[in-house]
Design a protein around this ligand. Structure first.
Ligand code: GLN
Length: 182
């Protein structure tokens, strides 16, 4: 049975747990909330939620989780970072350069029907909340979606970075796409 770990230190943890539980109800598997070191190595995939990236990063360092995630990433464990989690993926070694709060004050939060080819033709209703954007990528990073000329979804091997919040909508296609990487 697959085990999916949600980093549960700060941010929209509950939403991620509920969304993942919905998906795993169909596919089989369990969700664990990760608050301390020692849990990451036994997970088949890891999710880093949205929230405040500086805070989540500091808490991950303090709990000894940062180095465990780096090791897991090197070993090919799929890791999904959403919003603040995308910012943290760039610090964890994913080949992306990011800018925080990329969409300015007037557009602090918005929704947009995003075209994401890898999940099909039907647009994905992407919820952006003080979202970051990817401004530069290394060669082996695949752009999955752009908005307003900026990259808002990308994949490098088994690392998936999303600037928006797939846990806040009922459309679970991105979750399935991510879990298929296991
Ligand atoms: N603006 C936040 C940050 O820079 C991210 C926002 C979010 O995760 N919803 O950390």
């Amino acid at each position: 049975m697959v085990k999916i770990g949600i980093i549960a230190l700060q941010g929209d943890i509950e939403e991620h747990i509920k969304a993942m539980e919905r998906v795993l109800f169909e596919r089989g598997g369990e969700v664990v909330a990760i608050k301390r070191s020692g849990m990451v190595p036994s997970c088949d995939a890891i999710v880093i939620p949205g929230g405040e990236s500086t805070t989540i990063g500091l808490l991950m360092d303090r709990e000894g989780i940062t180095s465990e995630i780096k090791t897991a990433a090197k070993q090919g464990t799929p890791i999904l970072g959403t919003c603040a989690g995308l910012i943290l993926l760039s610090k964890l070694g994913m080949g992306i350069r990011v800018t925080r709060n990329a969409f300015g004050h007037q557009r602090e939060s918005f929704e947009f029907p995003l075209k994401i080819g890898v999940i099909g033709d039907e647009p994905f209703n992407a919820v952006f909340i003080r979202a970051p954007a990817i401004v530069d990528v290394e060669k082996n990073v695949e752009t999955l979606a752009t908005y307003d000329g900026r990259i808002v979804a990308a994949k490098q091997d088994k690392l998936v970075a999303l600037a928006f919040h797939p846990e806040l909508t009922r459309d679970m296609r991105l979750h399935h796409f991510f879990l298929d990487l296991i």
